[in-house]
Design a protein. Structure first.
Length: 549
């Protein structure tokens, strides 16, 4: 069955930040917009995230008293990208990103503020100690009307508490007495949202104000082509296949982290615990491959170490929880089965997890998997462990023993190696310096540590009982897919744009390459290339329809 479209129609696939930004941009340039979403909820990966936006030179940086420049931003990004992304894409992001974000605040209900988070490598040339990361202000879901119930639920970051409050202002992980329960209760009663849900809520409202209502439970399955150009999109809904006529499709359907075959084919290690919605199975990637799209960055993801509690599920799949304070606070180390440390535990989550994939040529296996966070009573009595608070009974899913040897036996860790590692670690703590991996050397490490401790990140492990928490390979999304140009046009394997095909967000080869510049890099790039793709797609279909764009 064919659903005839108007000549000026474009179809956006997905409802995350990239998709909704594309829809707003295309509409505001005169195109008719249709959004299709595979799941029954709006928001994609963005809705379950912190909702941060990494944007150098943004118009809110003065709130943090930080100056920025094009040269500094490009120097930092170029170093981290390591030559694995075209310079022109980095320049496009720095040159146009701040204006795109400012326009979103001007033309939509989205409101942002700068955060005190540092860049993920603040000591690098061109990095900044604060201000490049933005986050959405609290958003009132009541303004969405009946669409409020269609917002994707955030299983971990579901409280209406901003990242700034969680990590800098209140810091409940370190100062539970600072948590304003009364204010959170008021926000819940008022149906207010924070983090990724607030970002999606504001962008969804912008779409609804423009008369754009997403078609939910509608899965895109095939891009129709005519003469090498897009001519339609085939979707499935309620067991029926429908072709939507269109000359432009914007793919913004997320990554492939829940597709077992694609994960094993492309990623450098076993991604077992994605943090994203289970519908991220690479639909957009497969459709783009079918029409000849060139691929890049397929071995990369937005890595984030994970913990998993027995019985916890999200949409029928095991729920992965973020591992944060458990590795940044004092009195913890991460060890492999040999009992060895192998990484700066407090480094940013993306880069530190890459150490998990180290290959042992002698054993012909990943040397650092499986691995555990090991800590002692000092940590347990002061800091949370996933869902267990200080003072709570030890849950069954934490391994615990009065001795390190006993703990090693429970976990399957070499006891001699673990004892030697802990003794070496304790000597480093006494010296105030991690001589193996530099934990606590970076301002980033210290920012996420305990500011009230003698050292924010370093503390001895010497008071039993001792504990071990298994750590798994997690990711908030993959970052490989079709290559794009500066306008978000997907490129053919012959290095030419595929007419009418665009991409943004985690479905494409991220212009960041292997890098994670700072909190909100993935969403920032999704918003920018969603806007650029939607804008160019609108101009493309309007020109084809004989309408000035």
């Amino acid at each position: 069955m064919t659903s005839p479209g108007t000549p000026d129609q474009i179809v956006v696939v997905g409802t995350g930040a990239a998709a909704l930004a594309a829809a707003v941009a295309a509409h505001d340039r005169g195109a008719r917009v249709v959004i299709v979403e595979r799941s029954e909820s709006v928001g994609g990966t963005t809705a379950v995230s912190g909702g941060g936006i990494w944007m150098p030179g943004n118009h809110h940086m003065a709130e943090q008293g930080v100056d920025d420049s094009r040269a500094e931003a490009l120097a930092y990004m170029t170093t981290m990208t390591a030559g694995r992304s075209p310079t022109g894409l980095l320049e496009r992001y720095v040159d146009q990103g701040p204006g795109i974000v400012a326009d979103l605040e001007r033309t939509t209900p989205l409101r942002l503020r700068a955060m005190s988070w540092p860049d993920y490598h603040p000591e690098m040339a061109g990095a900044k100690p604060a201000g490049r990361m933005l986050e959405p202000e609290i958003f009132g879901a009541e303004s969405l009307g009946p669409w409020r119930t269609r917002l994707r639920k955030a299983p971990v970051l579901g409280l209406p508490m901003t990242l700034q409050e969680a990590t800098a202002d209140w810091r409940p992980a370190y100062f539970p007495e600072g948590f304003d329960a009364a204010e959170i209760g008021r926000r819940v009663a008022a149906r207010q949202l924070a983090c990724g849900q607030a970002l999606i809520g504001a962008l969804l409202l912008a779409c609804l104000q423009r008369g754009i209502e997403p078609m939910l439970e509608t899965r895109a399955t095939e891009i129709a082509m005519d003469g090498g150009a897009v001519s339609g999109l085939v979707v499935e809904s309620a067991g029926r296949r429908t072709r939507l006529d269109t000359r432009a499709v914007v793919l913004a359907s997320g990554g492939y982290e829940w597709n077992t075959a694609l994960r094993s084919r492309f990623l450098p290690g076993p991604l077992t615990h994605p943090h994203s919605p289970p519908t991220n199975e690479g639909d957009g990637l497969l459709m783009a491959m079918e029409v000849g799209a060139d691929l890049a960055n397929m071995n990369e993801a937005w890595w984030y170490p994970a913990a998993s509690l027995p019985g916890e599920e999200y949409e029928g799949r095991p729920l992965a929880r973020f591992v944060g304070v458990e590795r940044t606070a004092p009195h913890t180390v991460i060890v492999n089965r040999f009992g060895e440390r192998f990484v700066n535990e407090a480094a940013n989550y993306n880069d530190m997890q890459k150490a998990f994939f180290s290959f042992d040529a002698n054993e012909y296996a990943s040397r650092n998997l499986p691995c555990w966070v090991v800590f002692d009573r000092q940590y347990r009595s002061r800091y949370p462990v996933v869902g267990a608070r200080p003072g709570d009974p030890d849950p069954e899913w934490i391994l615990v023993h009065e001795s390190l040897d006993g703990l090693a036996a429970l976990a399957g860790i070499e006891p001699v190696g673990l004892t030697e590692t802990v003794e070496r670690w304790n000597r480093f703590v006494a010296d105030g310096r991690d001589r193996d991996f530099g934990r606590g050397r970076s301002a980033y490490d210290r920012f996420h540590g305990d500011p009230s401790a003698p050292h924010p990140n370093l503390g001895t492990i010497e008071q039993g009982p001792f504990y071990a928490l298994p750590i798994y390979v997690g990711s908030v999304g993959t970052k490989g897919g079709p290559r794009i140009d500066g306008d978000g046009r997907i490129l053919h394997v012959r290095d030419r744009p595929i007419p009418g095909l665009y991409g943004a967000g985690n479905v494409i080869a991220s212009p960041a390459g292997p890098a994670y510049y700072g909190g909100g890099t993935s969403i920032g790039m999704g918003l920018v290339w969603g806007h650029l793709a939607g804008s160019h797609a609108a101009s493309f279909v309007m020109a084809g329809a004989g309408v000035p764009s």
